[in-house]
Design a protein around this ligand. Structure first.
Ligand SMILES: [Cu+2]
Length: 664
């Protein structure tokens, strides 16, 4: 969910103005580099010169990646062919234009009916403005004692798709409002419950106002400034990550070198951080691990049937875009003081470059844990190395929530993808002031009472990652190892052990075996890895990378429920498909008001072969958020992650060669 109230836009503009950027820009020197400011200006000019783009509103101007084979064959100094993919909307149509920036021409135009682009910041702001000026809403505010519209801010809630006849074919947004008269830094803390406006985004008019009765706005303190948190605890000594002799990583253009790792990083409007060409320098030999990895979808369904709540089933990437909602990172808090910060250039609704400062940070940290160690008690000997890792981080403010998305590399050849959730939980205004109140049982059916007059509604968070793994080359196979009990015959005193039954996936689809409740999830006794059947390590075992996956809460929903159909990529925890550059996002390209006919379940119906094939692994992370008192007024960071871990990729522990002492 996204909010862009006036207040917030002003705050952002001010912050942007105040931040003299000491950050590095993504310099364009590589075929996968993000579009530069100049390239965005050029793409816009070329597109606007075409008569088909009359009344065109730009939604997305992004790099159109060269073919994978070209990227893999590219060497520094080779000429670059640069292309942009431009998406816009004009009336009820979506127009996709491929622009050849090198030839300065339009390469192709596709006009699509029946799909909707994600909502833009400009659209949200305009929708909020019309709601704040609507006579019915003003009257409803007055009925609740709000006469000064400056003391109210509103938030746009995408409404999904529910086959409601009156909504068919329209581009709609629900807007709910908040009392901000006492707000300093929390505008979501005081919902004006049961009052919603439905906005027709094409006409920018209020289609309908639903006023379902007055719930007095909570009087609780929901700010989280130092003033609001008083009395404060004693001041602490600083705990810092220090690198007094400098960094160990090198950023050259958009390519990062750190230890034996090399990879490319860019920033996109929809996906945020995109990591490409992650490879390991194995004693002079460069070995590919992952061609590309990024978060492909984020789905947050709330579990409340009320009028303003049933439709809160947000696809934060497909309906909004986490890159375009990225917020600047603060040195010393969001990232260590010594981090390297990167700026990015996106495009606004007019196609003009939209510079975003400090949206990515890269830093090393000593985890305080050993990378490995052994103490030998008989010899009183010790050998160990400190665990240092490299983090590539972004943060996205998707409405009330803030998400941190990390790609973490370590010296043991591992890559971890992490999502941290913080910010403000979705609050609902209720009558109950305490659990002893008569209305409490009813008020807390769908959430926890977290403050007088406020419940935090329970919900889920699901994150899908698209991983184009190339383990020692593109041709890979997906292996499932299932632990299975083996009975031992007498006279062995042991009755049973387990052995592992390997299975190679032949056809695309959900990995693992069918589980329960219509969900083909992973049982705990299954291991997943991607192997290369043409490459072996010194011992002759196939080289591979394991997907270490733990956070896989399931989406508990009737399969015929619209959110379940639209988020049908949650039917499994891990999916495998053959590489297809057009299959980018787990729930499909056009998710706003989608009907569940796009994405992984549809693609995999083709049952394509995935054996010895360039394959893509799609990993779902999920959590049920049963809310608690400690989630307000601002939620402590909560991390979920999975890890790519070498499995017979090396001949031994790749971190055994770390030096015992740091450089002097
Ligand atoms: Cu949550």
């Amino acid at each position: 969910m996204q909010i862009v109230g006036r207040t917030l836009l002003h705050a952002c503009a001010l912050m942007t103005f105040l931040m003299a950027s000491s950050a590095t820009s993504f310099a364009q020197k590589h075929p996968l580099d993000a579009l530069t400011r100049e390239e965005i200006v050029a793409a816009t000019k070329i597109v606007l010169a075409d008569p088909r783009t009359r009344d065109f509103k730009f939604q997305l101007i992004t790099l159109l990646e060269p073919d994978k084979s070209q990227v893999l064959a590219w060497k520094a100094g080779n000429p670059l062919t640069r292309r942009a993919s431009v998406t816009g909307r004009s009336d009820a149509q979506v127009i996709e234009i491929d622009v050849d920036l090198t030839a300065k021409t339009i390469a192709s135009v596709r006009i699509l009916d029946g799909v909707e682009v994600p909502i833009s910041i400009e659209e949200s702001s305009k929708a909020i403005e019309v709601v704040r000026q609507d006579a019915r809403m003003l009257q409803a505010f007055k009925n609740r004692g709000f006469v000064d519209p400056k003391k109210i801010d509103c938030a746009p809630f995408t409404i999904g798709y529910y086959a409601i006849k009156a909504h068919e074919g329209q581009r709609l947004l629900r807007v709910g409002c908040f009392d901000i008269s006492r707000s300093t830094n929390n505008i979501f803390g005081w919902p004006i419950e049961k009052l919603y406006a439905l906005v027709d985004l094409r006409k920018m008019t209020v289609l309908e106002v639903v006023d379902d009765g007055i719930v007095p706005v909570s009087r609780a303190e929901m700010n989280f400034t130092e003033l609001a948190a008083r009395p404060l605890r004693p001041v602490e000594q600083p705990t810092l990550i220090a690198q007094p002799r400098g960094k160990n990583f090198v950023l050259k253009g958009s390519e990062v070198s750190w230890g034996n790792w090399r990879f490319h990083v860019r920033f996109e409007n929809r996906q945020g951080t995109v990591i490409s060409l992650a490879r390991w320098n194995d004693r002079g030999r460069e070995r590919h691990v992952m061609y590309q990895g990024y978060m492909s979808e984020m789905f947050v369904p709330y579990m409340d049937p009320d009028v303003g709540w049933y439709s809160r089933t947000y696809f934060d990437m497909g309906e909004y875009g986490i890159g375009h909602l990225a917020s600047p990172l603060k040195a010393g808090i969001d990232c260590p003081q010594q981090a390297t910060f990167l700026d990015a250039v996106l495009a606004d609704e007019k196609g003009d470059p939209d510079e975003r400062l400090k949206v990515v940070c890269i830093f090393e940290r000593n985890t305080g844990d050993p990378a490995w160690r052994h103490y030998e008690v008989n010899k009183n000997s010790y050998e160990g190395r400190p665990g240092v890792e490299l983090v590539v981080r972004m943060a996205s403010q998707v409405g009330n929530y803030d998400y941190l998305i990390d790609w973490v590399f370590n010296h043991a050849g591992e890559i971890e993808a992490r999502v941290g959730s913080t910010g403000i939980v979705g609050l609902k205004g209720v009558t109950a002031q305490a659990m002893r109140d008569a209305s409490a049982p009813d008020d807390t059916k769908t959430g926890t009472l977290v403050a007088p007059g406020l419940t935090a509604v329970q919900h889920d968070h699901f994150f899908n990652f698209r991983l184009d793994l190339d383990v020692d080359g593109p041709a890979n196979t997906f292996q499932t190892d299932t632990y299975s009990r083996v009975q031992l015959p007498p006279p062995n005193p042991r009755r049973s052990i387990y052995s592992v039954i390997p299975q190679l996936l032949e056809r695309e689809g959900i990995a693992g075996r069918p589980n329960h409740d219509g969900h083909e999830g992973l049982p705990p006794d299954v291991k997943l890895r991607v192997i290369n059947e043409a490459k072996t390590n010194n011992m002759g075992n196939f080289v591979g990378y394991e997907i270490v996956h733990a956070n896989h809460a399931h989406f508990i929903a009737d399969p015929d429920d619209w959110p379940a159909k639209r988020a049908a990529f949650l039917q499994g925890d891990v999916w495998v498909t053959p590489y297809d550059p057009s299959e980018k996002y787990a729930a499909g390209q056009y998710v706003f008001a989608s009907k569940g006919d796009q994405g992984l379940p549809q693609w995999t119906q083709k049952s394509r072969s995935v054996r010895n094939t360039d394959l893509v692994v799609w990993v779902n992370l999920g959590m049920h958020h049963l809310t608690r008192a400690e989630d307000v007024p601002v939620m402590p960071m909560l991390w979920h992650s999975f890890r790519l871990r070498p499995f017979n990729f090396f001949d031994r522990n790749p971190a055994v060669d770390l030096r015992s002492k740091f450089a002097k």
